[in-house]
Write a protein that binds this ligand. Structure first.
Ligand code: GRF
Length: 219
């Protein structure tokens, strides 16, 4: 009999529809996947992803940021939920709220985000429109560790897609999101399974990952 993997306890933070969240919940169900989604939190009570998480049997709670006088107290409420559930890794998936530097630093090396561009290009919002405007022929998505500066953390994994003649922001984002749903579970597995770790501001990959180049997903 093979030894069961020890799964890291993961919380996903969302603000919206939660399609990346769903792909991570599904990945986490595989017996040999090194992480398990045990909690979903949203800063928006109306986030559609909350119901999708509950339908999947995952505890999901809204912590409405509007109910708190400042970011520090909102972050303290998040922290209390995370502590209560024994969370080891935080995955941001369409979480549209800026976290305090203190919270980010407390979770350094244990919190990741997915961004819909090939970073360091197109940090911030409206990435698909800006990729089209810039005329790039390759676009994609990036999983990175979260640092206080927005979308600037060390890169764990990226997936690229072509920008095709005739694309608009909708067709391009539809092509990118397919890759997001592959990339995020792969990147979380890499981190939760010890294949990648944050080390002095850089991502250090295990010898096996360096050999296989598993952090790169192609077209
Ligand atoms: C994704 O495009 C992700 O890259 C960005 O926000 C979007 C979230 O989509 N950070 P969903 O809620 O996972 O469907």
């Amino acid at each position: 009999m093979s030894t069961p993997v020890t799964k890291k306890r993961v919380a996903i933070l969302i603000s919206g529809r939660g399609s990346n969240m769903v792909s991570l919940i599904e990945a986490g169900r595989a017996p040999d996947y090194p992480a398990e989604i045990v909690l979903v939190l949203s800063n928006r009570p109306d986030a559609a992803g909350l119901d999708r998480a509950r339908e999947a049997g995952i505890p999901a709670r809204a912590i409405d940021h509007k109910a708190f006088p400042d970011r520090a107290r909102f972050d303290a409420a998040l922290q209390a939920e995370l502590d209560g559930a024994g969370i080891e890794l935080i995955v941001l998936a369409g979480f549209m709220r800026i976290l305090t530097d203190a919270f980010v630093e407390a979770w350094a090396g244990r919190m990741i985000n997915i961004h819909p561009s090939l970073l360091p290009l197109f940090k911030g919002t409206h990435t698909h429109e800006r990729a089209l405007e810039a005329g790039v022929r390759l676009h994609g998505c990036t999983v990175h560790y979260v640092v206080p500066e927005l979308d600037a953390g060390p890169i764990v994994a990226q997936a690229a897609v072509p920008v095709l003649p005739g694309d608009d922001a909708d067709t391009l984002s539809a092509r990118v999101i397919v890759q997001e749903h592959r990339l995020y579970p792969a990147a979380l597995a890499l981190i939760a399974g010890g294949g990648a770790a944050l080390d002095g501001g850089r991502v250090r990959f295990s010898a096996q990952e360096r050999d296989t180049g598993a952090a790169i997903l192609s077209l």
